[in-house]
Ligand binder design. Structure first.
Ligand SMILES: [Zn+2]
Length: 452
């Protein structure tokens, strides 16, 4: 093990740094040492019999237990036992407000081969015109956030409900759930419904200006123009312009290349997505055209340059992947949702080979059996056994942290970052990689050093 622990040594020797205080005493209030059979810092090799030292809400040191121990007479200690300590897991793409929906709904399941019809059925099931809609959305979000914590997910990239008072809804929903969240206010409406986009965007701009990135403790807000078949090219460009004026601190997310044939919609308003508009009797007359793929369109308006998070990217074509690699784009693959809709094999392996940072997401409870992003990683492990376990772990920790603009705050167990930690139980004597197998391991979570 010595080569591994040596490789892990940090420039600032963590144990001495951790133990010193102004008086030279080893006892220091607020120090807590959490230990376990394994510690996976993610940005360094796994440590057998290791610990994470919390200094209040912050990680002070991460090291082998014998090296931490001799300096820590005053620290509160907690042992997670036969478990792996990981950075709190991050679900890069979800819709918590849809947590009342379920993949066991036979009516919706019957429609999953026709995405447009499925999407419309979701809208109906939510009953948005009823008076208690906002309350139901708030409650569903809260439930989804609590469920996430139970799975060890301490941070989500979440699409906020589309409501006139979405900002109030999000803040109420998360007021008593200590999860970290980047909440993306969603915009859509083109053709005949372009007025709705303009109206929503005006509100969203105000909400985002009122809540600059980093101003709130665990909540940040961003914008999600929904998809290339629900927002026109000008709409994406307007969002990019606004984000640029904000100094690049406005997180952006969109659903991109989720379906085959999005380019048909862009080029000539045809294909499955155009059929959706026919179904609801809405005209696409006057919607501007783009001769290229949806990734190409997003590039042309500056979404890639702005570091937008791209959910799905199931069907890249042409030079889409080169564009993504060149821009250092962040892609979110939602494996079980992908499976639910029966999409063609996802290009995650090719993306990883090309250096594209892939994160995993659950998407919503309407297409995923739960909000457990570790189960998504296990699904990837089954489908693509060649992916290195360490790299797979990055897709639910460090990659989504960077994608959501929180790379300096969370995503690895590193001194100085927030003490958001997840413990996953494993059998005695097992290796840390066991967490990626399909065995249920108990989870425990600490946010900013506090067990929740
Ligand atoms: Zn989604």
């Amino acid at each position: 093990m010595s080569d591994i622990t040596d490789a892990y040594a940090r420039p600032e020797e963590p144990t001495r740094h951790a133990a010193r205080d102004e008086t030279g005493s080893h006892a220091r209030s607020g120090l807590k040492l959490l230990t376990a059979a394994w510690v996976c810092p993610v940005d360094a090799p796994a440590i057998e019999r290791g610990g994470v030292l919390f200094d209040g809400p912050t990680i002070r040191a991460v090291d082998r237990l014998d090296r931490l121990e001799r300096h820590l007479a005053g620290a509160i200690r907690e042992d997670a036992g036969d478990a792996v300590l990981l950075p709190g897991l991050i679900n890069a793409h979800t819709h918590l407000c849809l947590s009342d929906l379920s993949t066991s709904d036979p009516e919706a399941n019957g429609l999953r081969n026709d995405f447009g019809a499925w999407l419309l059925s979701i809208g109906k099931r939510l009953k948005p015109t009823e008076a208690d809609y906002a309350d139901r959305m708030t409650e569903a979000m809260r439930r989804g956030a609590k469920e996430s914590l139970e799975h060890g997910v301490t941070c989500v990239g979440d699409i906020a409900p589309r409501l006139a008072e979405a900002d109030v809804c999000v803040e109420r929903a998360l007021s008593d759930v200590p999860i970290r969240c980047v909440s993306f206010f969603e915009l859509l409406g083109l053709g005949e419904m372009r007025g709705a986009f303009t109206e929503q965007f005006e509100r969203v701009r105000r909400w985002v200006v009122e809540r600059p990135f980093g101003a709130m403790r665990r909540l940040n807000v961003g914008i999600s123009p929904h998809a290339p078949y629900t927002v026109d090219v000008e709409g994406f460009a307007e969002v990019v312009d606004f984000a640029r004026q904000g100094g690049g601190r406005v997180p952006l997310m969109t659903h991109a290349a989720e379906h085959a044939g999005e380019e048909d919609f862009l080029r000539e308003s045809s294909g499955a997505m155009a059929a959706l508009y026919q179904k609801i009797g809405r005209s696409l007359a006057g919607v501007s055209r783009f001769d290229g793929t949806s990734i190409g369109m997003l590039d042309s308006v500056g979404m890639l340059e702005m570091g937008a998070v791209l959910a799905h990217v199931n069907y890249p074509t042409g030079d889409d992947l080169d564009l993504l690699a060149r821009h250092g784009a962040a892609v979110v693959y939602c494996p079980r949702t992908h499976e639910y809709f029966g999409h063609a094999v996802h290009p995650i392996e090719r993306m990883m080979e090309m250096g594209i940072a892939v994160s995993l997401g659950t998407d919503s409870r309407a297409s995923s059996p739960d909000l457990d992003v570790l189960s998504e990683a296990r699904c990837v492990r089954r489908k693509f056994p060649g992916i290195d376990p360490g790299r797979l772990l990055q897709t639910i920790t460090s990659n989504p942290a960077r994608a959501l603009g929180l790379g300096e705050v969370v995503g690895t167990l590193s001194p100085g970052k927030r003490a958001d930690v997840c413990a996953v139980g494993i059998g005695a004597g097992r290796g840390w990689e066991t967490i990626l197998d399909d065995v249920s391991g108990e989870r425990a979570v600490w946010i900013e050093g506090e067990r929740v």
